[in-house]
Ligand binder design. Structure first.
Ligand code: ADP
Length: 395
């Protein structure tokens, strides 16, 4: 059978990220981004081979962007597109794996929207547009939450009255599941272990950040919760704060819920702590020049990350390795070494040279000789979504 092509789509409220994945090639055949959709300066950017191009689509919506994309995809796929994989943020408790998009799946995704009011409706825009444009193609939804549906109840329940869980779904769901799953499989391959018989701690550090404990290929705990705000310090998200912060700010400053949500999601994290930037690269440069806010942001980020990894270790029977991934995890020797320095009780230590050279898409082990395994594994959520789509095509 010739190698198959899957289009992977990740739809936001005003953007679509896409990649055309060929199962036989590690590089994407075509990739790009449509942004500012719905506005007069809506634009489609794409990259094919070494060449980049873009096209203005004034007032274009999701459907208009996908329609422009269609001939590009058909040409890059040599006329043979086999399926479309859609990233969907929240699958609630309904989805424990990827699911073929039919009426029942669409209904269940719509029903989950209250849990992800910003993300799921945006994901649905892309799905509905793609189904209209490609009615005869197999389309699949791949959920950020699905991998974490194996969490035991003692890990996913909040200490809140039972009815909030039973009647309103208030529990920990976890996110970044596609990435945690992909890198734990790659790590097992790199280490020569079977994923079904190995235990990992994962730190996915991008703009959003989360940790995960993975045992025998299953997620057993993770740092994000009901929403992607819980847990680690992130680019602009606070991660964990005292749950009474909301009422404190409302009482003392008269802030509304919307104002507090804006603070915790958009103005906090690395940006809030540093007063400078949400971008780790910028913060590392500023720290080099003695910027106090950047220095503090990096210290808090690494300490909180180490603390979360130590907490996740409660879910592991043994540690086969710690995995760093995401833009920061894959590219920042500084963050890796500062984090590992807080974990000496686990006997973790890095090889300085290996840590320094394992960046920019290079993966591999970076632990010091004789210490537990620490791996850098470039994530590839698009490929994992394509693999899940292919698996359902085969089924
Ligand atoms: P997203 O979650 O949006 O996919 P990424 O996984 O691309 O984000 O991660 C973005 C983060 O990675 C940013 O904070 C960026 O500064 C950081 N990053 C990328 N390259 C480097 C680098 N060389 N050193 C430190 N941080 C980096």
């Amino acid at each position: 059978m010739p190698a198959r092509n899957i289009l992977v789509i990740n739809c936001g409220s005003s953007s679509i990220k896409f990649a055309l994945v060929n199962e036989a090639h590690s590089q994407f055949t075509l990739s790009g981004l449509a942004e500012r959709l719905g506005s007069h300066d809506a634009v489609l950017h794409w990259q094919r081979g070494g060449e980049k191009d873009s096209l203005m689509i004034p007032n274009g919506d999701h459907r208009a962007a996908l329609a422009q994309l269609l001939p590009l995809v058909q040409s890059a796929a040599g006329g043979k597109l086999h399926g479309i994989g859609h990233r969907v943020v929240h699958g609630g408790e309904h989805f424990t794996a990827a699911s073929r998009l039919d009426e029942a799946t669409l209904r269940a995704i719509r029903a989950t929207a209250p849990l992800a009011p910003l993300h799921n409706p945006a994901n649905l825009l892309g799905i509905e547009a793609a189904i209209k444009l490609f009615p005869n193609l197999t389309q699949v939804a791949v959920f950020d939450t699905a991998f974490h549906q194996t969490l035991p109840e003692h890990a996913f329940r909040y200490a809140l009255p039972d009815h909030l869980y039973r009647e309103h779904g208030v529990r920990r769901y976890g996110f970044h599941g596609t990435s945690h799953r992909f890198v734990s499989h790659r790590a097992a391959e790199l280490a020569g272990l079977s994923v079904g018989d190995s235990s990992w701690l994962v730190a996915h550090l991008g703009n959003g950040c989360s940790t995960c404990a993975i045992v025998n290929g299953q997620s057993r705990d993770t740092s994000m919760g009901l929403t992607p705000l819980e847990g680690l310090v992130m680019g602009t998200r606070s991660g964990d704060v005292d749950p009474n912060l909301h009422s404190h700010l409302a009482r003392t400053l008269g802030w509304s819920l919307e104002r507090i949500e804006q603070l915790l999601n958009k103005e906090s994290g690395l940006l809030g702590l540093s007063g400078l930037s949400n971008d780790m690269r910028s913060l590392e440069q500023a720290r080099e020049q003695g910027h106090a806010g950047a220095t503090l942001a990096i210290e808090v980020f690494c300490y909180r990350l180490a603390k979360s990894l130590a907490a996740m270790s409660c879910a592991l029977p043994q540690l086969d390795g710690l995995i760093f991934t995401g833009g920061i995890g894959e590219n920042s020797p500084l963050i890796r070494s500062k984090t590992v320095a807080h974990l000496t009780l686990f006997n973790l230590a890095l090889d300085k040279e290996a840590n320094a050279r394992t960046v920019r898409g290079v993966g591999g082990s970076i632990q010091a000789y004789g210490h537990p395994r620490v791996l850098v594994v470039p994530t590839n959520e698009e490929r994992q979504i394509a693999l899940d789509t292919l698996a359902l095509l085969n089924a």
